[in-house]
Design a protein around this ligand. Sequence first.
Ligand SMILES: C[S@@+](CC[C@H](N)C(=O)[O-])C[C@H]1O[C@@H](n2cnc3c(N)ncnc32)[C@H](O)[C@@H]1O
Length: 207
Amino acid sequence: MGLMKRFFAQTRKPEGVLGKIMVNGMNGGHSKLADWGMTHLEGIEAKSIVELGCGGGRNAAELLRRYPDSKLSALDYSEISVKKTQEYNQKAIEDGRCSVHCGNVASLPFKADAFDFATAFETVYFWPGLEDCFSEVFRVLKKGGVFLICNESDGTDETSLKYEKMIDGMKCYTVDQLTQTLRDAGFSSVESDHHPGRPWITVIARK
Ligand SMILES: C[S@@+](CC[C@H](N)C(=O)[O-])C[C@H]1O[C@@H](n2cnc3c(N)ncnc32)[C@H](O)[C@@H]1O
């Protein structure tokens, strides 16, 4: 496998030296998208949050800042991402507001009805068996809880489809595909927004 292909494959599960470089770049590289995604938080109240596929941990920190009365669990199946998220959120961990877990979204290490709010930034492309993973998110959300997905690909843009070909196990979804899969997993209402000038999407589902 060429170096470029091996490097971009790190977005799926950061490992080794290339994975460390990738995770170090994720916080800065995704911040504009994540901040746009977070413009959709109005009306979402949360005391307990789970940040799925947390990468470098910047979005966990931003959610803790925007929800000052909340506690947040961050989760990723890459040990490098877990370590980086712990470093980035050290103060919040010391204050008892943040915990970081190594685990797979396909089998979440949380009790049912545990969270008000679940978030997934730039990660659902890689989730194995999307409907089963969404069912897991549904299980850990309280009734009325909200699931926010934010992707820089709307499933049709050329750049992302190029990455999809390059990265094994990556799938770029359209809003319609995400909406249908969320409904199949049990979510009752699903809303979406598309950035006016970029292929960025936010999909918000309610349990
Ligand atoms: C492209 S990065 C995005 C990281 C971060 N959310 C952001 O926006 O910067 C994708 C992250 O999702 C994680 N991930 C992918 N599939 C996962 C799964 N099935 N379970 C847990 N984490 C997963 C990867 O390890 C990686 O850290």
